[in-house]
Write a protein that binds this ligand. Structure first.
Ligand code: ADP
Ligand code: ASP
Ligand code: MG
Length: 319
């Protein structure tokens, strides 16, 4: 009997049909005799909707109350899932970050998990229940509600898996795993069967939002291997772990600001000749500046050039 942590992202919980599908996955794992802790994100676009509504009142949100507000999305998700699993006849307990013992620092909006006090989760598991935990939120030592930064539910899942010493940690999302680039931007991107902590950390930090960067940092610190896979079908996903990946891992794009940033990631990026080669490939895309770090070459360029530049880098180094 294994202890399995499963995490479901917002798009995997949007609408009744997807909620049902995630519930069946949880139920199935439980019925096979495993102990299950499921971490849920807010359903669909709930977090964005909460933010938009609040910014309609005032464009600048006080940090503490912003966290109080945003933590609601995940609470709705675990409550909905608990209602559904209960209707399916399964014993279930839904917990907030506080109830699950997710202790963080006081940095509202970008809090870091310091520790997970697992007693309550362990008790519920011991008593045979499926445990649902709100992703993305925690509590400070003095009882303030915090959130972990956008996409932070991944980090909750990894933290729970680490502190519970889970046998398996799976991040279920709306793509089949980690690809060599965002498959929605570059359909030619290929799925990676495995990716090293170091490369994944850099991919996430440079804009690959498939994983929250701190989830990778935390997994690396605890030596926890986890899998990113599809919540919609059963294909194998991507293992994130200690094994070194190929010379080049992928391309990431950051398009929120101006200029945009396009990065090539992989162990071979530390070579001076890779930097020069990448800059040559990017010449037609009005590069405004570039940086070379240990496993990453980043070029800054106008937003409207970013996708074409990413495609050119991908073609040169990853196909
Ligand atoms: P969830 O709601 O499950 O947390 P996210 O939207 O946060 O899902 O992350 C999944 C999305 O990440 C995918 O839909 C995809 O567009 C994007 N993405 C960005 N880079 C990558 C990549 N390298 N591999 C896979 N997906 C990526
Ligand atoms: N609901 C939060 C967000 O939208 C956390 C997450 O999805 O991981 O950023
Ligand atoms: Mg996410």
């Amino acid at each position: 009997m294994a202890l399995i942590v499963q995490k479901f992202g917002g798009s995997s919980l949007a609408g009744a049909e997807r909620l049902q599908r995630a519930a069946e996955r949880i139920a199935d794992t439980y019925r096979r005799g495993h102990r299950v802790v499921a971490v849920l994100s807010a359903r669909g676009n709930t977090t964005d909707d909460l933010l938009r509504e609040a910014r309609g009142i005032a464009p600048e949100l006080p940090a503490r109350e912003s966290d109080l507000l945003l933590s609601v999305g995940e609470q709705i998700a675990v409550a909905h899932m608990a209602i559904l699993l209960h209707r399916m006849g399964l014993p279930v307990e839904a917990l907030t970050g506080r109830q699950a013992g997710v202790l963080t620092d006081r940095v509202f909006g970008d809090a870091r998990i310091l520790e997970v006090r697992t007693e309550r989760i362990l008790r519920a598991l011991e008593e045979g229940r499926i445990v649902l935990v709100t992703g993305f939120q925690g509590i400070t030592e003095d009882g303030e509600i915090t959130t972990l930064g956008r996409g932070g539910s991944d980090t909750t899942a990894v933290a729970l898996a680490a502190w519970l010493k889970a046998d398996v940690c799976r991040i279920f999302t709306d793509v089949d795993g980690v690809y060599t680039a965002d498959p929605r931007i570059l359909p030619e991107a290929k799925k990676l069967s495995a990716v090293s902590y170091a490369d994944m950390l850099e991919m996430a930090a440079q804009g690959a939002k498939v994983l929250h960067d701190r989830s990778v940092e935390l997994a690396m610190a605890h030596g926890l291997v986890f899998e990113v896979c599809s919540s919609f079908h059963d294909a194998e996903g991507t293992l994130v772990g200690p094994a070194e990946s190929a010379d080049f891992c992928g391309v990431a794009v950051r398009q929120e600001g101006e200029p945009a940033a396009v990065s090539l990631i992989g162990a071979a990026c530390s070579r001076e000749e890779t930097f020069e080669q990448a800059l040559r490939v990017l010449e037609p895309y009005a590069v405004q500046g570039a940086a070379l770090r240990e496993r990453c070459v980043t070029a800054y360029l106008p937003k409207e050039k970013a996708e074409a530049a990413a495609r050119a880098l991908h073609r040169q180094f990853l196909s």
